[in-house]
Design a protein around this ligand. Structure first.
Ligand code: 13P
Ligand code: SF4
Length: 312
């Protein structure tokens, strides 16, 4: 039996990407939810927090970001001296669009003195109105790091509810945002999967609804879940997050089995990034992602405050 390899990158495309990346002094960063072939050409594949950290520390002139808009924007905030390019300009995040500056400013007026904790899945203009950011990898530590007793968390109500459970000493006010890819999982199919594979460990991303998370064994960021499954002595897992994680999971764990729900967990935006987009981005050095001047300072402050807090 041959082991899992996943889709292969055509050698000609690989050569072109490597040559152009060297000529441009470019580093290619990919989120785990991107297509497997994008993982294969990337210099680094990671979760939202890992990608921000990597963008900040890499010594290069250009970053080609394979992910969604807010991720490239965060890289641009952290790397003012680098040209940050989003491989596919149409790759947005519907959850990030569920909070806009006008609505957040209004809510802040209703809640004087309440700090705003914003998930990185948000625009820079929303981050600019926030006190601090978090990702799924550091949400608990960020929440605990705040002096305030009551905190408004935007935009993901599922992540906020998950964090509230782990930090009961604070009061977390939620915002009605959610990730359509994770939110659509239904409880019945999870219960059926668990019944079919009772020996499997259930691992999930905190963007899932609370009723789904209540049925799981392990909750974490994409890299947290991959690390857990890779280090665990268990051999079977039910994976409740976007299917992009399956490529590294299967590649690193040839002796393990990963089950997925019948509801396809695919983020259509992450999948917009293609090899052709990467080649075009390297050739043209467009589209460049820039943060509006009026948002840059305060948004960077909220992101840097987060970066100072260690990962969960
Ligand atoms: P993480 O990779 O940070 O867990 O984020 C998941 C996600 O939905 C990114 O959009
Ligand atoms: Fe946004 Fe969900 Fe896609 Fe992540 S998986 S980019 S939260 S829509």
């Amino acid at each position: 039996m041959t082991g899992y390899q996943g889709p292969q990158v055509p050698p000609e495309s690989l050569r072109t990407i490597k040559r152009l990346a060297a000529e441009r002094d470019a580093v290619i960063l990919s989120h785990y939810y991107c297509r497997p072939e994008i993982h294969e050409v990337a210099d680094f594949v990671g979760d939202s927090l890992g990608l921000s950290q990597e963008a900040a520390k890499r010594k290069c002139k250009v970053i080609i970001f394979c992910g969604v808009h807010f991720m490239a924007e965060t890289a641009s905030l952290l790397c003012p001296d680098k040209t940050v390019i989003l491989a596919n300009i149409d790759a947005g995040c519907p959850m990030a669009d569920m909070v806009v500056p006008g609505d957040l400013a209004k809510r802040k007026e209703e809640l004087p003195g309440v700090p705003v904790l914003t998930y990185v899945n948000s625009s820079a203009s929303v981050k600019a109105l926030s006190d601090i950011c978090c990702t799924s990898a550091n949400v608990v530590k960020v929440l605990r790091s705040l002096d305030a007793q009551t905190i408004l968390m935007t935009p993901d109500k599922n992540l906020a509810t998950y964090a509230q459970k782990l930090v009961p000493e604070k009061k977390v006010l939620t915002w009605p945002g959610f990730c359509p890819t994770h939110h659509r999982l239904n409880l019945k199919e999870i219960l059926e999967l668990k019944a079919a594979y009772p020996q499997a460990e259930v691992v999930a991303h905190p963007e899932c609804q609370p009723k789904i998370l209540a049925e799981t064994n392990v909750i974490g960021s994409t890299s947290g879940l991959i690390k857990h499954c890779s280090e665990s002595e268990k051999k079977e897992f039910i994976i409740l997050t976007e299917e992009g994680v399956l490529h590294p999971l299967r590649k690193r764990n040839q002796d393990k089995v990963f089950y997925t729900p019948a509801t396809a967990m695919i983020c259509p935006n992450m999948k917009k990034n293609t090899l052709a987009d990467v080649i075009k981005a390297l050739e043209t050095l467009t589209p460049v992602i820039k943060v509006p001047d009026e948002s840059r300072g305060p948004a960077l402050k909220a992101v840097e405050r987060m970066m100072a807090v260690p990962r969960d």
